[in-house]
Design a protein around this ligand. Structure first.
Ligand SMILES: O=P(O)(O)OC[C@H]1O[C@H](O)[C@H](O)[C@@H](O)[C@@H]1O
Length: 534
């Protein structure tokens, strides 16, 4: 049984980070270099003894056996009775993976080849819209059928040489309307991406876009492709089987960018770059399976996360990529981490005796510095930060700006760690001409507590391979945290209640049903909104 008490005691008594760094061996010992990624967790209060305790959690929770069960195809998603094998989508060279007595690799490879052939046809113009070569692609999907592609297409924009990609996710009519404004129906390919092919937002938007297209082309379905694990439903929607790309139930929505859900990424950057992305993920899988825990990047990232969330009791953590093209990465990680590890009961159904996973949020630097970093530096809550930074820009002529970006990134983690004491703050206030009590008052506003933890992930440049490494790193980190917490990281029952109630409220909002039986607040809101236009 996991018990965080010993860790809490150690965390409460931990030496400050600056004092930890007096140990000359600390930086090499508290960092991991793996396939071009440098993970530095020396700017935390974890010392060798607390690390040993953290590593003990992995043994107690049986992480190695669970990891092997996951890669081996055991149905570790127990509440849905499913294996968890998104890793198979990137297992291109490593042999068979058997689920229910059947090797799933041949069908994965066949689908990948079909995606590649289709993507090549679209990119070369062999596949045409009813007005010529495809110039625009609209991916309609939500959650895992949106966030991965949207994040990766933006992250890899230096490699983008295919058609423009647009993403429609929200049921909000403003989302689809804004995208349609910029597309020409006769040269647009629409991808309906939905694992279940029942999600109300996606199916409603797909019908809206089909109607829009039908106004300009005689056969709209000919410009539609579908991605789903339910091939009957894609056929029902009228999409020809040759443009339908399926995937197995052993791939969860938020883990699905590696397969057909990544089609828009492949259309944007081409199959070779998409394969590099898969290779990055596969390299991280291999590392996760082989490396001893203390040198194991996902395991150590998970343990640092648990130290902060469960030993130090910090409720949130910030993901701060110093790469503007990673602008959707925090949102992607929000689904990955919070949908996976935001659970109230352990695997056996008993209430969780401690908190579930941390709240994840963030924005790219340096923009965030001019917005919410104030709270990170001086607010009363401690926010562990996860910085990401590349050595090289994709714009060689602008490398100096990259260097300024690097300086900013390093300055933030240093400022968080070192802070600024009252003595220095007093000198600053005095230099501004303040004296006496006013000097003290002014100085206290300029104090930074310091000892605020962060980790930094550094790499040469944001390439498809590096993106694959980072996404797989975070997937496995979520897995390790989930196993230690004893929860099922692969179901998402918490999204169901709201969906059910929305279905029930639809006739009330549209006026086909009265508000009888609704609570007083909902009734008042329905009355107001109906009076104003619903
Ligand atoms: O791909 P779909 O079946 O349309 O599902 C889209 C999303 O909706 C659900 O509500 C789940 O919470 C997500 O995990 C999923 O990614």
């Amino acid at each position: 049984m996991i018990d965080f008490n010993a860790l809490k005691t150690r965390a409460a008594a931990a030496k400050p980070i600056v004092a930890q760094l007096e140990d000359s061996k600390r930086v090499p010992d508290f960092s991991i270099m793996q396939d071009g990624l440098l993970f530095d967790y020396s700017k935390t209060t974890i010392d060798r003894d607390s690390r040993d305790l953290l590593l003990g959690l992995l043994e107690t929770a049986g992480v190695a056996a669970k990891r092997d069960a996951m890669f081996g195809g055991t149905a570790i998603n127990e509440t849905e009775g499913r294996a968890v094998l998104h890793t198979a989508l990137r297992n291109l060279n490593a042999g068979p993976i058997v689920v229910d007595g059947e090797d799933i690799m041949p069908s994965i490879l066949e689908t990948l080849a079909a995606m590649e052939a289709f993507a090549a046809d679209v990119r070369t113009g062999a596949y045409q819209g009813q007005g010529g070569t495809i110039t625009d692609v609209i991916n309609i999907g939500i959650g895992g059928s949106d966030l991965g592609p949207v994040m990766a297409v933006r992250a890899l924009s230096p490699y983008h040489d295919g058609p423009r990609c647009h993403f429609v996710s929200n049921i909000d009519p403003g989302d689809v309307a804004e995208v349609l404004k910029n597309c020409d129906p006769i040269r647009t390919l629409v991808i309906v991406a939905s694992k279940t092919f029942t999600t109300i937002e996606t199916m409603t938007n797909a019908r809206t876009v089909r109607d829009w297209m039908a106004k300009s082309v005689s056969d709209p379905a000919a410009q539609f492709a579908a991605i789903s694990s339910d091939l009957d439903k894609t056929a029902e929607f009228g999409i020809a089987a040759e443009r339908v790309f399926g995937f197995g139930n052993y791939v969860g929505g938020r883990y699905s960018v590696w397969g057909p859900i990544g089609l828009s990424v492949m259309l944007a950057v081409g199959a070779a770059h998409f394969r590099d992305f898969l290779a990055g993920g596969a390299a991280m899988d291999q590392h996760f399976r082989d490396a001893p825990w203390q040198e194991n990047l996902p395991a150590m990232l998970a343990l640092v996360g648990l130290w902060h969330s469960h030993a130090c009791d910090y409720a949130t953590r910030a993901v701060l990529p110093y790469d503007n093209r990673l602008g959707r990465l925090p949102a992607y990680f929000q689904q990955l981490e919070m949908e996976s590890n935001g659970k109230g009961v352990s695997m056996d159904g008993a209430p969780l005796p401690f908190h579930s996973g941390a709240v994840v949020w963030g924005e790219p630097g340096t923009n965030g510095q001019h917005a919410f970093y104030q709270l990170i530096h001086q607010g009363t809550r401690v926010i562990p930060c996860e910085f990401m930074i590349a050595a090289r820009a994709h714009e060689p002529d602008l490398q100096y700006q990259q260097e300024l970006l690097i300086a900013n990134c390093l300055a933030q983690s240093k400022a968080l760690m070192e802070g600024r004491g009252m003595d220095v703050a007093r000198k600053i206030a005095a230099s501004k001409g303040f004296t006496g009590d006013e000097c003290e008052r002014q100085a206290s506003h300029r104090v930074f507590q310091g000892n605020r933890p962060s980790v930094t992930l550094a790499y040469e440049m944001m390439t498809p391979f590096v993106l694959g490494q980072i996404i797989a790193l975070y997937e496995h980190r979520v897995f390790v945290e989930g196993v230690v917490l004893g929860i099922n990281s692969f179901d998402q029952w918490g999204v169901e209640l709201g969906k059910e109630l929305a279905t029930g409220l639809e006739p009330v909002v549209t006026g086909r049903q009265s508000t009888d039986g609704q609570d007083a607040s909902t009734t008042a809101l329905v009355d107001f909104l109906r009076g104003k236009g619903a």
